[in-house]
Write a protein that binds this ligand. Structure first.
Ligand code: HEC
Length: 249
């Protein structure tokens, strides 16, 4: 009886996801720390100012965010709540899904669990690698190293400045040109220095990792119940099977 159960449990193990950027773009390390409340507070400020106009974080309530960030309800209301009027409301976005589709083609996804699905390093690299792309097919004149042909405008260009691609000596053995981007160079400086901007993005990603945590805890709880149910079901059906076949064998 134990062998089939063990084999069965192995089937339930989640498959480890691979943390590599597409096209071999090396991911930059975000080194987030969700116990760093000052960083989370700075990240929350960036998020409500620059992201919440398009993206929701629906699984996070303002009150819950305040607790996690070590802020009082009043502090949250005065500094971080522009898109809602009640502290118990989730971090929703005013834009309707219809408008979002019309304006962007792909509607901006909810970012509650994006740190779980993409990983912190991917997010960090994504935020740092928007660059100017003069291809007329690009609606906002920008592209991204880890999200090719991204539908999101470069909403932080004022802070970061404008980056342009630096092409490497790419080409295969037959001399075929495959212009590959080797690096990005800052063409027009932004309001923040590159070091400051990197820190800002670390704070922002840190906040998104924090936002993903409560949802993750909830998912784990539901997952455990499902698992318990499956195991119980398996034991019962195995017992039944033995019962039915005991006289036949
Ligand atoms: C003007 C609207 C707008 C704003 C503001 C905006 N985004 Fe986006 N974002 C989008 C759209 C549209 C997409 C979908 C892109 C696609 O699928 O091609 C997107 C996609 C993303 C994705 C990829 C999600 C995934 O897994 O596919 C991330 C991460 C993201 N945005 C983060 C942010 C962050 C962080 C901010 C704030 C700094 C922000 N966005 C501000 C419109 C916006």
């Amino acid at each position: 009886m134990t062998t089939p159960i063990v084999a069965f449990l192995f089937l339930l193990l989640p498959v480890a996801s691979l943390a590599a950027g597409p096209g071999g773009v090396p991911l930059r390390s975000a080194e987030v720390d969700i116990t760093d409340q000052a960083s989370l507070q700075r990240g929350a400020r960036l998020f409500v100012n620059y992201c919440l106009s398009c993206h929701s974080a629906r699984y996070m309530r303002y009150s819950q965010m305040g607790k996690g960030l070590g802020l009082t309800d009043d502090q949250v209301q005065d500094n971080l709540m522009f898109a809602a009027d009640k502290i118990a409301q989730p971090m929703d976005v005013a834009m309707s899904l219809g408008d979002a589709k019309r304006w962007f083609g792909n509607p901006p996804p909810d970012l509650s669990v994006v740190a779980r699905s993409r990983g912190a390093d991917w997010l960090y690299t994504y935020m740092l690698t928007f660059y100017k792309d003069d291809d007329p097919a690009r609606p906002y004149g920008v592209n991204n190293l880890v999200f090719k042909d991204v539908g999101m405008p470069d909403v932080l260009w004022e802070l970061r400045g404008i980056q342009v691609p630096v092409y490497g000596e790419a080409g295969d053995a037959h001399g075929a040109e495959t212009a590959a981007i080797a690096d990005l160079a800052l063409q027009t400086p932004g309001l923040r220095t590159p070091a400051e901007f990197s820190r800002d993005m670390r704070d922002l990603v840190n906040f998104l990792v924090f936002v993903g945590e409560p949802a993750q805890a909830k998912r784990h709880r539901v997952g455990l119940w499902v698992l318990a149910f499956i195991i119980l079901f398996f034991i019962v059906s195995y017992a039944l099977y033995r019962e039915y076949w005991k006289d036949v064998h």
